[in-house]
Design a protein around this ligand. Structure first.
Ligand code: CA
Length: 240
């Protein structure tokens, strides 16, 4: 049974959501502010399979909760509830480490569908470890680094780095299209499932982070290249 942490400060909404999430078969715990959400999420490792995180909270906001969770090494998938579908909120959410977002007010069925998507993708990444016949192998090696998709880790000369689900999915997509130029629009659609007009800077923040993980000199990338006016290109072995 999947375990969900719901961080939402409006008690009536929180209880209503908990009731409905439990109807779906998910054990749900509620935190009514950011600090208690952080405590619950980090108290026992891997206690939750997903976190639903409201942005507007009475103490620290959802952006800070997400940032502090990631900084504390907690990489559980986060579905962020943004107050409005403002591009800047969505961008801030992704930059803070959220894996998906849903603008308030939302339809319950959409929330459940998004949550199912996050849980499924997380489970799918985990299962690749035991699935030797997987179409794309569970690890990818280049330039002294190994990306381990099943454990959401990159092993680098400087030590292991943990990836968020979205970072792993973005890397996987770029690697799958190695040597091809992929547009920002394609990345937003394929990796984030965003079809509306979202500011494509969300992608750029992720690329900056990925370069820190996979480049020797992130200011002069050799693997994750910018293709001016279009998007990005991943090159595993630039010397060849
Ligand atoms: Ca709120």
């Amino acid at each position: 049974m999947a375990k969900i942490l719901l961080v939402e400060d409006e008690p009536i909404l929180a209880e209503g959501l908990r009731f409905n999430l439990e109807l779906e078969g998910w054990a749900t715990e509620v935190a009514l502010d950011g600090e208690s959400g952080l405590k619950l999420a980090t108290f026992v490792e891997n206690r939750f399979d997903a976190i639903i995180l409201d942005v507007m909270l009475p103490d620290i906001d959802g952006f800070e909760v997400a940032e502090r969770l990631r900084a504390a090494g907690c990489y559980v998938p986060i579905l962020m509830l943004t107050a409005r579908s403002q591009p800047e909120d969505i961008l801030r959410g992704f930059a803070a480490g959220a894996d998906d977002y849903l603008p308030k007010p939302f339809e319950l069925s959409i929330l459940i569908a998004r949550l199912n998507g996050l849980l499924r993708r997380h489970e799918w990444l985990r299962r690749e470890r035991s699935n030797a016949t997987s179409t794309l192998s569970q690890s990818f090696h280049f330039a002294g680094r190994t990306i381990d998709f099943s454990n959401l880790e990159i092993h680098t000369p400087g030590g292991p780095i943990t990836l968020t689900l979205k970072e792993a999915e973005l890397l996987r997509y770029l690697i799958k299209h190695e040597g091809e130029c992929v547009s920002r629009k394609a990345l937003l659609e394929e990796v984030w499932g965003l079809r509306e007009d979202t500011d494509t800077r969300a992608i750029d923040n992720f690329i900056v982070r990925l370069r820190r993980y996979i480049e020797d000199d992130s200011a002069n990338p050799r693997h994750l290249l910018t293709v001016r006016g279009i998007g990005y290109k991943f090159v595993a072995r630039p010397e060849e």
